[in-house]
Design a protein around this ligand. Structure first.
Ligand SMILES: Nc1nc2c(ncn2[C@@H]2O[C@H](COP(=O)(O)OP(=O)(O)OP(=O)(O)O)[C@@H](O)[C@H]2O)c(=O)[nH]1
Ligand SMILES: [Mg+2]
Length: 337
């Protein structure tokens, strides 16, 4: 197995460096599980290379390292990322962004077809994904638990525009083959979704065997959740790679700012057409947004969801920049229209 089998391909402009390329498959308390052309092993950071508060690598990162066949290897450098998820670091009171997984091609947005299905949540996941730089794939899980799931496919399809939506059952295998275009050798997908929606079960079903631990949950009260506690990259038998994650809520606050516009492109199409350029879409005459809602071209729920997400991301942005008056920021963003 080579590092190229693990998806390594130098990015344009990637600096030549010392050491050999490797991929981080897990990061635990200062230790990094890595794979490279010479084999698998454990590595630590070369302290002098990660001075000045330089962020350590995360699961999925490509790095350059000094390989040690008999002990710990030394990581010299984190290579540029093609995609990543960021959250606001809880240890910095939410003021600094922290990368939590990197270099994935697809993001599987999982929702199970019980009480977990929620289009508003789907919009959030989508914004996170567009911000990450990877491509979203909506995966509705546990289709075996209900009779017809077409309604959910339609409902999801309405809010995600041209993003693919699939319905699967890890239990019966139904629909799994539809995911095969995204589960290809040398490509990586990451799974996002609440605890208990079946992320690890989906990996196992795609692998054809028990690769990740899962736990029985009681569907009616959700007991038995939070089975996966770390982000870990595993290679499936066909050479595709999966990054399993804990439930989204457990990952903390997320940075979705740039993804909101793309997620709500249909809503944003109505902006900029109001009579007044600083229209707040409240009581002003000639408001294109309110007209669109009144004529049924734009659903009120979707408009409100858009506003909510904008407010949230504005709040996060202001926390990051240390500005306390989040309200002003969000008002400013509304006026951008
Ligand atoms: N009926 C049915 N149950 C499923 C399916 N997929 C997963 N489950 C069950 O759902 C429960 C949770 O599955 P997991 O795969 O552990 O869920 P997870 O998303 O990885 O959960 P965390 O690791 O806690 O984030 C287990 O009881 C699984 O057996 C499915 O397709 N159908
Ligand atoms: Mg899990």
């Amino acid at each position: 197995m080579t590092v190229c089998d693990y998806g390594y391909a130098p990015l344009p402009g990637e600096p030549e460096g010392k050491g050999i390329p490797a991929r981080v498959t897990a990061a635990r308390g200062g230790y990094f599980h890595i794979v490279c052309d010479s084999g698998q092993g454990v590595a630590r950071l070369k302290a002098s290379a990660y001075r000045d508060g330089r962020e350590p690598p995360v699961t999925g990162d490509f790095v350059r390292l000094e390989w040690n066949p008999v002990g710990e290897s030394r990581i010299l450098q984190t290579l540029p990322r093609k995609s990543c998820f960021k959250r606001l670091d809880p240890s910095s009171s939410g003021r600094q962004a922290q990368v939590i997984a990197a270099n994935f091609d697809f993001v599987f947005l999982l929702m199970s077809l019980n009480q977990n299905f929620n289009v508003r949540r789907l919009e959030r996941y989508l914004a996170l994904t567009w911000e990450s730089g990877a491509k979203p794939v909506v995966v509705l899980t546990k289709t075996d638990l209900l009779r017809g799931h077409k309604r959910f496919l339609r409902e999801a399809g309405r809010v995600v525009a041209d993003v693919p939506v699939h319905a699967v059952s890890a239990k019966t295998g139904a629909g799994l083959e539809e995911l095969s275009p995204f589960v290809q050798p040398r490509t990586t997908f990451v799974l996002l979704g609440s605890s208990g929606v079946g992320k690890s079960s989906l990996i196992n079903a795609l692998a054809g065997e028990e690769w990740m631990p899962t736990m029985e949950i009681r569907e009616w009260d959700g007991k038995g959740r939070h089975t996966t506690t770390e982000r870990e990259l595993v290679m499936l038998p066909n050479g595709a790679m999966a990054i399993d994650t804990p439930g989204v809520r457990e990952l903390g606050l997320w940075d979705a700012a740039g993804g909101v516009e793309r997620t709500f492109a249909d809503v944003e199409a109505f902006l900029g057409h109001c009579k007044f350029s600083d229209c707040r879409h409240e009581t002003e005459p000639g408001c294109a947004v309110r007209d669109a809602i009144a004529s049924g071209k734009l659903s009120r729920e979707r408009w409100e969801a858009y506003q909510r997400l904008l407010r949230e991301t504005a709040l996060q942005e202001s926390m990051q920049s240390g500005v306390r008056h989040a309200r002003q920021t969000s008002t400013h963003r509304f006026r951008r229209t």
